[in-house]
Design a protein around this ligand. Structure first.
Ligand code: FAD
Ligand code: DLZ
Ligand code: SF4
Length: 508
């Protein structure tokens, strides 16, 4: 019987397990732009445009390679609303009930496909280095699932930056060298920007027309939309950005949205770049003496360490992960996350850049917007839906553990051994935001006090019972307890005042 191979929007890889399991001379590839995937959260228009353009180009490439591809476009009135309905429609047309698909990256979609009344075979996604089994075996019996130990296994498994069974440079981790504050200027021109081609232009018109109300814009669209372009971008970054990637990985600058970051997450996650090919390019640059060891190791750790570990946690923890709320936070996401005015320059800059680019780098996500949401006690599910919607690289398998786990501590400490919180001091040290802010980062109390300063202590105080025995937080509590009582009362009162304004919808 003919098989239908369902290829999802983030499965644009020729080596995909479902394609390998099918026969180009008899089987049929099904791809579809459907409203059900495009609006279950209000994705950023650039993310939708990127995926649709890349899907259309990938479909054309498969056709060129001899596949019979049945591609449904969003603007075709016959296109159903969900992928399940598309499968039923195509199965009837082809007179088959056999479906093969590589495992989707979201429980929601896995469950939806499992409930389609056809013979749906779900294959492992072997574009990842660690299979579910490997991660489960590694996790089995461990008290704490710390990324660092998993990462070492991945170094051994891939052989990346290994000298025999020892890590290159005699250290597994060069993070110590990777914490420099914002540089005076950036000597890298940023990600490679591509002219829009005909396919992309058509998609941009469609997205402008159908997703006009979503947060974000398609203006100045520059993403790569096929494998060839993504590879050109990678080579450009390895040459210009990688050498200083490590040094300034944690830095933030108002006028430098990309600094030395790779901007490869969206391409890898959609399947246009293979994670190992990216790491091998970085390793080769280091071996050739074109990039220092702290940059190469730091980057490879993000991909074979963090990325794989995060995925392992998502599938290990199961479908209820996104509804966890360990700290019982229940405040609504403030309107300034959707672009309304805030006087906090750091948040305003991070949100503005997210609106324009569907991108913010790791420290902006973790220590600005994520830090604020955690300190202010925002409902983690709302935070999760925001991150899933607004970033071009966001799919639940990777977004949820980063948000629910790493950023909001809503999983109770599976990923993070302590909450990632900071006062304004950290943001001031790592960025140039504070000098243009209406608040004063040096003010700990008073009308101009930086809200991060007030909320930091408020968070620690209100969660004392939960964290007082966390040995990594002992110092924070000692500093708080040493403050004089009046001052502590003032901080808490002013923090409450700030939160009350937030709840009232006042501009803060
Ligand atoms: P670079 O900074 O150049 O890093 C290189 C690559 O390493 C990334 O492209 C990515 O593939 C990988 N990587 C680094 N850190 C992580 C991580 N923690 N988890 C997974 N991969 C990692 N990443 C996503 O791909 N999708 C998301 O939806 C996402 N949401 C996040 C939400 C929060 C709150 C936080 C703190 C992090 C999130 N990340 C997410 C991780 C990280 O911020 C992005 O991968 C990175 O910013 C993408 O930009 P880049 O390609 O320029 O990465
Ligand atoms: C994110 C996304 C969007 C916006 N649209 C589509 C689509 O129309 N068709 C499709 O096959 N996939 C889309 N995707 C990606 C899926 O949502 C993705 O496969 C799941 O989130 C699992 O990672
Ligand atoms: Fe952000 Fe506070 Fe600095 Fe303003 S002063 S930019 S709110 S950290």
């Amino acid at each position: 019987m003919v098989k239908l191979v369902l290829v999802l929007g983030d499965q644009l890889s020729e080596g995909l397990s479902s394609l390998q399991a099918a026969d180009a001379s008899t089987d049929i590839v099904v791809m579809a732009e459907v409203m059900g995937e495009a609006d279950y959260v209000k994705h950023h228009p650039k993310k939708i445009a990127f995926l649709f353009a890349a899907m259309r180009k990938f479909a054309a490439r498969l056709e060129k390679a001899g596949w019979d591809v049945r591609y449904a476009r969003l603007d075709d009135p016959d296109t159903p609303a969900s992928l399940g309905e598309v499968l039923l429609q195509r199965a009837e047309e082809a007179g088959t009930s056999q479906i093969v698909v590589t495992e989707p990256g979201e429980w929601r979609l896995i469950e939806a496909l499992q409930s389609v009344p056809l013979d749906v075979e779900i294959l492992q996604d072997d574009r990842f280095i660690a299979s579910h089994k490997m991660f489960e075996d590694w996790a089995e019996g461990r008290k704490a699932l710390r990324m660092e130990y998993f990462y070492r296994e991945m170094r051994r498994k891939t052989g990346l930056m290994m000298e025999g069974d020892k890590p290159a440079g005699e250290k597994w981790n060069f993070d110590h060298d990777n914490r420099k504050p914002a540089p005076g200027s950036v000597d890298y021109s940023g990600p490679m920007r591509f002219q829009t081609d005909e396919v992309t232009r058509e998609v941009l018109d469609l997205v402008r027309d159908r997703f006009a109300d979503n947060f974000g814009t398609v203006d100045d669209f520059w993403f790569a939309t096929d494998q060839g372009q993504a590879r050109q971008h990678l080579a450009h970054w390895v040459k210009g950005g990688l050498p200083k990637f490590g040094d300034f990985q944690d830095a933030m600058m108002g006028d430098e949205r990309f600094l030395y970051h790779a901007i490869v997450g969206l391409y890898i996650n959609a399947g246009l770049l293979d994670p190992l090919e990216v790491c091998e390019a970085v390793e080769a640059a280091w071996k050739a003496g074109d990039a220092p060891i702290n940059a190469a190791e730091g980057f490879i750790r993000q991909i074979i360490g963090w990325r794989e570990y995060i995925r392992g946690i998502y599938f290990l923890e199961g479908p209820d992960y996104t509804s966890r709320n360990f700290l019982k936070h229940d405040r609504d996401l403030p309107a300034f996350f959707w672009g309304e005015t805030t006087w906090m320059a750091c948040v305003s800059k991070a949100v503005e850049q997210t609106h324009d680019e569907a991108y913010a780098h790791h420290i902006q996500r973790l220590m600005v917007t994520g830090n604020f949401a955690l300190l202010a006690g925002i409902d983690p599910h709302q935070v999760h839906e925001w991150y899933l919607a607004v970033y071009a690289d966001a799919y639940e398998w990777v977004e949820a553990p980063n948000v629910i786990g790493m950023s909001q501590f809503a999983d109770g400490g599976i990923i993070a051994s302590k909450p990632y919180i900071s006062s304004g001091n950290y943001i001031d040290k790592m960025s140039d935001y504070c000098k243009g802010c209406s608040y004063k980062v040096k003010d700990k109390t008073g009308p101009d006090a930086c809200p991060f300063n007030l909320l930091y202590w408020h968070f620690l105080d209100r969660h004392r019972e939960t964290f007082k025995n966390n040995h990594r937080m002992g110092n924070m509590y000692r500093v708080w307890d040493r403050m004089d009582e009046d001052r502590r009362a003032t901080v808490l009162r002013e923090a409450e005042g700030f939160l009350a304004k937030l709840d009232a919808g006042d501009v803060v």
